[in-house]
Design a protein around this ligand. Structure first.
Ligand SMILES: [Zn+2]
Length: 93
């Protein structure tokens, strides 16, 4: 997990995941209050990680039934929500 550049306090998984769900809301360091914004590349990465596997799944399991598609989404979204906070990078606002 990324650390605050000023005081080296780690962001928590909860902080980052909350920021993701609130459309990349900036994060304030819990210790010193410095504000961090999501890096542009992290936003692209996040979108790719959500759309990419769904798209790949569609190609691989063609013709896709609605049930298997929904199942894939139900697996991909929670896995991504767990993993993404570890991959996101923030910069000082
Ligand atoms: Zn800090």
């Amino acid at each position: 997990m990324q650390k605050c550049e000023i005081c080296r306090t780690s962001f928590t998984w909860k902080q980052v995941s909350k920021s993701l769900w609130l459309a990349y809301k900036p994060i304030a360091c819990q210790n010193c209050g410095k504000l961090y914004k999501v890096q542009f590349l992290s936003r692209i990465l996040a979108s790719l990680l959500v759309i990419g596997p769904i798209f790949a799944f569609n190609l691989l399991s063609y013709p896709t039934s609605t049930q298997t598609f929904i199942l894939a989404v139900l697996i991909i979204i929670p896995v991504n929500s767990l993993m993404l906070p570890y991959l996101m990078r923030y910069r000082l606002a």
